[in-house]
Design a protein around this ligand. Structure first.
Ligand code: NAX
Length: 331
């Protein structure tokens, strides 16, 4: 757990929900250097008091792994301590939907977590902090957090990278190729079943490939399968996606810190600036490139009526989520 005197300064990385399923994979991937390269990390594991002891157990295992890049591990249930000096924050912890609860209860219950977390991040984290919201409903949680944190546009993001990666996997399987040969996939909108995994710009070895995909397969099999993949995993595995979610969170942060290739993009949910007619302020997934550590929405893609209709549907859901939390005074 010590670094040589010549090591660069460690990055402070906070993970909430540290005793949960996703964190059990995510923390070890971060510790191994998968997200931040060879940079040493000071890990902050933030939990609620009831799960603090379990998080201490995770910290013991992290320690026992003797990761060369891990400079320190702190376990806390104090938000301000958890976010102090944070350079990168993974907000994984969230309130799951309780028995008999409506979606609006879920939105409001999570708003009670993400509003205060936004204020604590603003007061305690590094001014350049980069925040990824994983906990669901991720887009609206991110919108609430963003409103309370008052950070610059683009510092707060929500995760649609798992949907993006799931799309690439389905397409690679269909085309009989590896995912590494596919580029320019986009997931638009909400991380929910209304999301729009869009293959219009997809490239295989740099060449457009959408026309060779059967449109009825795309509409009737591919899109619903990606959108409902979370449910399929629960049915087959017996519990929700954890390692794949952690892997996508690692991909998201790695690309944010280290950049995306100039000839590709990835899917990121962030505060809309009005691009592609998506109302300003809404947290929607867009095609994005990471340039000098900042997400930029890819501009200039042409959208036909069919694409626009699907985007309108997922945007309508995001607007309704926004209205629910706004009525509850959280935005
Ligand atoms: P778990 O229930 O295993 O773990 C969640 C942990 O968060 C628990 O240990 C809990 O004590 C903690 N927690 C709750 N409130 C907290 C708070 N205020 N501060 C700190 N910790 C808190 O869930 P897990 O399977 O790890 O999933 C975590 C979240 O990710 C869920 O909301 C889930 O729906 C969401 N997902 C989001 C995905 C995405 O693509 N955006 C995909 C995977 C996943 O479904």
């Amino acid at each position: 757990m010590s670094t040589s005197p010549t090591s660069p300064a460690p990055l402070t990385v906070t993970v909430t929900g540290a005793a949960g399923q996703i964190a059990y994979s995510l923390l070890f991937r971060i510790a191994a250097g998968d997200a931040f390269g060879e940079r040493p990390v000071a890990l902050r594991l933030l939990e609620i008091p009831a799960a603090r002891r379990a998080a201490e157990g995770v910290a013991m295992e992290l320690s026992d792994s003797a990761f060369p890049l891990v400079q320190s591990i702190t376990v806390t249930d104090d938000q301000d301590e958890g976010f102090a000096g944070a350079d990168a924050v993974f907000l994984v912890g969230a309130k799951p939907r309780g028995k008999g609860e409506e979606r609006s209860d879920l939105l409001i219950g999570n708003g009670r977590i993400f509003g205060p977390q936004g204020r604590s991040i603003a007061a305690n984290a590094s001014p350049d902090v980069r925040v990824l919201v994983v906990g669901n409903p991720a887009n609206t949680n991110a919108a609430i957090l963003d409103a309370h944190a008052g950070l610059d546009a683009g510092q707060v993001t929500a995760m649609t990278r798992l949907d993006h990666n799931r799309s690439l996997a389905q397409l690679a399987d269909k085309l009989g190729v590896t995912t590494t040969r596919l580029t320019s996939m986009t997931v638009w909108g909400n991380h929910s079943t209304t999301q729009f995994p869009d293959v219009a710009e997809l490239r295989l070895d740099g060449k457009p490939v959408a026309d060779s995909l059967d449109s009825s397969w795309v509409d009737e099999e591919f899109i619903p399968r990606v959108a409902k993949r979370g449910g399929e995993i629960i049915e087959v595995r017996g519990s929700s996606s954890a390692a794949s979610a952690a892997s996508s969170a690692v991909d998201h942060m790695r690309d944010w810190f280290q950049g995306t290739p100039a000839d590709d993009w990835v899917s990121v949910a962030l505060r809309s600036d009005g691009s592609y007619g998506i109302p300003e302020g809404l947290f929607a997934s867009f095609p994005c490139r990471s340039v000098d550590g900042t997400w930029e929405i890819v501009q200039g893609l042409e959208l036909d009526e069919r694409q626009q209709e699907r985007i309108r549907a997922t945007v309508a859901e995001l607007e309704s989520e926004r209205d629910t939390v706004r009525e509850a005074g959280m935005l």
